[in-house]
Design a protein around this ligand. Structure first.
Ligand SMILES: *Cc1c(COP(=O)(O)O)cnc(C)c1O
Length: 561
């Protein structure tokens, strides 16, 4: 027997058996159990797997492919070790970002395609998994108020991918023929100054250039100032510039700000008419975070069957008021891996009218696909060739697990916890909530040294350039608080929160930093909300008084009594 055949025999055992072999199947499942068991051994009371350790990239850079392979058992150990130090996003002491803990059906939806490897490039290579994509697209489209018989959608490589699709369609509409001939002019993208940088990424990668992204200031509640948007659009159109896309953010990353889609749509339609444009600028809703709140569109806020507290009701109604208009956008981006509790990557792009997707086809003669027509060839227009079945299957798993009631329950709980946190933070004399008019699971707050009038200070920092020195010192103060709070969290008594160095700019152009609590865990509860407040207070007491004095020194920023 040839030498390689021995190796081959060993390797064959490391693959799932093509024909059921009960003994081997059991061993396959057992090897997964062993891996999970090992991970479980890394759990403690703390919101982290194993020990927090410095990440050493120099060792990683020295790694080479060894001559000999390893056993499945050895590899399992190697892989599990790489999870050491990971935060457990589902831990109630974890409130760091818009990173959800995946649900078990979401995980199954990722695991099963990992074994059978459907390729959504074509129907032949994905079979029923292509149906999963069609089902998720249809149910989500309907949820967002689109007509599933007219709308179309496709999974892609993340929220960034959804914006890329929206802008690419907008380029083709504003500059027809670009797919074939390339760009001959550079149409603009307009979005708010709180829009995700993915819009800039798309502009850069699509060859428009970052200079073509025009960022419009936001109001205090983090929504785009539509009057300024209108002025800017009119100014650009008067100069003969074309508009590829207006990106409305439906749930900003740091603050959960919601743009007024209805007003933006009205402005766009009026300007198309006023300037007699021969195209319609694409209105893309970056709803990767906010889309899930669509489940409240038909919630009975009067009878409140889920018995949410009053503050929660108010917050949910405040969000729904804006999210109800999602269907006014030409295209929408959705991240199931943000607010539908799936593993990464699970994101989908939606076109209000599926025919828009045909603009992206490499073969211009290709008919636009509709699920109803029975021919499913997304590979004709998708950016990717190979597309994993994991995204749609995970989304299907998580959505079917929850249904509308489950999603309302989870989002309602996260918002309830965030409202509780706001309530308690507001009661602290040294803390200001910085996004009091946003109604999501994220709370931005700023901590000040003793003796600062926290009613006045945030507004004065925002508007008065004479306070630039204090502003910077308070930014630094918040970084120190953050460091203490996180160190405590890693020891197991605090809560993992995060920090944003610039959640907005002051009127005079300085970044304003804030601490950020993003509640995403179904296990979050009131005592862990209180733990944030307590941990911040302990941190404040540990920061040396010199720094406190230095921070409060200077202008008349001490309370005047
Ligand atoms: C996270 C986020 C994105 C980018 O999405 P990814 O899935 O991380 O690529 C875009 N827009 C907003 C508002 C986001 O919060």
């Amino acid at each position: 027997m040839a030498a390689y055949r021995n190796h081959l025999e060993v390797l064959r055992r490391a693959f799932p058996q093509p024909v059921s072999d009960q003994e081997h199947d059991a061993w396959f499942v057992f090897s997964m159990l062993r891996a999970l068991d090992r991970v479980d051994g890394m759990k403690s009371q703390r919101p982290i797997l194993g020990e927090p350790a410095e990440i050493d990239f120099s060792r990683a850079a020295a790694t080479r492919l060894p001559e000999s392979g390893s056993t499945v058992e050895e590899v399992s150990r190697i892989l599990v070790e790489h999870l050491s130090g990971m935060f457990i996003w589902g831990h109630p002491r974890s409130q760091s970002n818009v990173i959800p803990p995946p649900s078990i059906p979401g995980i199954l939806g990722t695991l099963l395609p990992a074994i059978y490897n459907p390729n959504l490039c074509s129907e032949e290579a994905s079979r029923g998994v292509a149906l999963a994509e069609a089902e998720v697209i249809s149910m989500t489209a309907e949820l967002m108020g689109l007509d599933p018989a007219v709308a179309g959608g496709v999974f892609t490589f993340g929220g960034t991918g959804t914006i890329l699709y929206g802008i690419r369609i907008g380029i083709e509409k504003s500059c027809p023929g670009t797919m074939q001939q390339g760009l001959r002019e550079r149409p603009l993208i307009l979005c708010s100054d709180q829009a995700h940088y993915a819009a800039s990424t798309a502009a850069a990668w699509l060859g428009l250039g970052l200079d073509q992204v025009v960022r419009i200031p936001t109001a205090a509640n983090n929504e785009i100032r539509t009057c300024l948007l209108e002025d800017e659009l009119r100014r650009q159109l008067r100069q003969g510039r074309r508009i590829a896309a207006i990106v409305a953010t439906m749930g900003t990353t740091d603050a959960f700000g919601l743009d007024d889609l209805q007003k933006i749509r009205e402005i766009r339609d009026d300007l198309v008419h006023e300037f007699s444009l021969d195209y319609v600028p694409q209105l893309h809703a970056d709803a990767v975070i906010g889309w899930a709140w669509s489940v409240f569109s038909d919630y009975d806020f009067q009878s409140n069957p889920l018995e949410f507290p009053d503050r929660t009701l108010r917050a949910l109604a405040g969000t729904t008021r804006r999210m109800r208009h999602l269907h006014l956008a030409d295209s929408i981006g959705v991240d199931y891996h943000k607010t539908a509790f799936t593993p990464y990557v699970s994101s989908a792009f939606f076109a209000h009218d599926a025919r828009d997707l045909a603009l992206l086809a490499r073969d211009p003669g290709a008919t636009p696909y509709l699920f109803q027509s029975g021919s499913y060839n997304p590979g004709r227009f998708t950016l990717e060739t190979t597309r994993s079945g994991c995204g749609p299957m995970a989304a299907l798993g998580s959505l079917r697990l929850m249904g509308r009631i489950g999603l309302r329950t989870l989002l309602g709980h996260l918002v309830t916890m965030a409202e509780t946190l706001r309530n308690r933070l507001t009661a602290q004399p040294a803390i200001s909530v910085m996004n009091p008019d946003n109604f999501g699971p994220v709370t931005l707050f700023r901590v000040y040294p003793d003796g600062i009038d926290t009613f006045e200070m945030p507004r004065r920092e925002q508007t008065d350039p004479r306070l630039v020195h204090q502003l910077r010192q308070f930014n630094q103060y918040n970084r120190l608080v953050f460091r203490h709070v996180n160190a405590e969290a890693l020891r197991g008594d605090g809560v993992v929160i995060s920090m944003t160095d610039r959640f907005r700019d002051t009127d005079y152009g300085e970044p304003v930093a804030a601490l950020k609590s993003y509640i995403m865990s179904p296990f979050s509860d009131a005592q862990y909300v209180q733990a944030v407040v307590d941990s911040v207070e302990r941190a404040r007491r540990q920061i040396p008084p010199e720094l406190t004095d230095a921070a409060a020194d200077g202008l008349d920023i001490r309370p005047q009594n």
